[in-house]
Design a protein around this ligand. Structure first.
Ligand SMILES: Cc1cc2nc3c(=O)[nH]c(=O)nc-3n(C[C@H](O)[C@H](O)[C@H](O)COP(=O)(O)O)c2cc1C
Length: 225
């Protein structure tokens, strides 16, 4: 039975757009994989510790020589790696924060993507990227989108090459003629409805091809190479 790992990193709780989209993805995934298992990892559920020298030294200490304290220090990193290994595919909600991923996601990466990190060959990942400005493929800011190449390089190093990127960008209206920044809810909810319809199109009984798998909403939201 397939296992999906659902990762969220937005600090915005119930108001988060990326969380709404990953939730919808999971709902559709469950409907086409009724026997499947969904694991959840909310990167804002607690403060992930910053990586410090003791953690690095513990990592480079051979497993059989580690002290009890070193084992404790590495437990969380091991848990993140175990979740990645257990799942067959991942859906990740990733808002852009200052041109990169949110701090919680960066910390999760620091704990997980190490020279001793898990091998993820054959797995599949869908990253749903939200951003205040338009920054996806085809937009004026596409060249300033550092998140996609960063993710590809990091996870490619662990063997994860089957990566799909869905953009729900331009979520914030920054036009100075208007009084305050506000999410372009109408535009996002239009995308969201189409996203749901695309996910609906998959019956899960066969390889549905590029336009009907729940993970492939590229007709709806622009998708990176
Ligand atoms: C700390 C912070 C930094 C941000 N930096 C950027 C940025 O560099 N570029 C951008 O397009 N949007 C930026 N935004 C806007 C968010 O990416 C945008 O509101 C997104 O829709 C948030 O997704 P969420 O609702 O899932 O949290 C930033 C938001 C926050 C809170």
């Amino acid at each position: 039975m397939p296992t999906l790992l659902h990762i969220d990193s937005s600090p915005m709780g119930g108001n988060s757009i990326s969380r709404q989209l990953t939730r919808e993805f999971v709902r559709r995934w469950r409907s086409v994989n009724p026997e499947g298992t969904v694991l959840s990892r909310d990167l804002n559920a607690f403060a992930i510790p910053v990586v410090e020298a003791a953690w690095v030294n513990a990592n480079y200490t051979p497993e059989q020589s580690r002290t009890a304290d070193q084992k404790d220090l590495l437990w969380l990193s091991g848990q993140f790696a175990r979740e990645l290994l257990k799942a067959d595919e991942y859906v990740v909600g990733l808002p852009v924060h200052n041109g990169g991923p949110p701090a919680s996601f960066k910390l999760w990466v620091d704990h997980t993507v190490t020279p001793f990190g898990p091998r993820l060959d054959g797995k599949r990942a869908t990253c749903i990227i939200t951003a205040g400005r338009l920054c996806g493929p085809g937009s004026g800011n596409a060249a300033r989108n550092y998140v996609v190449p960063w993710l590809r390089t990091l996870f490619g190093g662990l063997g994860l090459t089957n990566m799909h990127f869905i953009f729900a960008d331009g979520t914030v209206d920054t036009n100075p003629a208007r009084s305050i920044e506000r999410p372009s809810w109408r535009r996002i909810s239009r995308k969201f409805r189409s996203f749901s319809r695309t996910l609906c199109a998959c019956d899960g009984t066969r390889d549905p091809g590029p336009h009907s798998h729940p993970n492939d909403a590229q007709n709806v939201m622009r998708q990176a190479e």
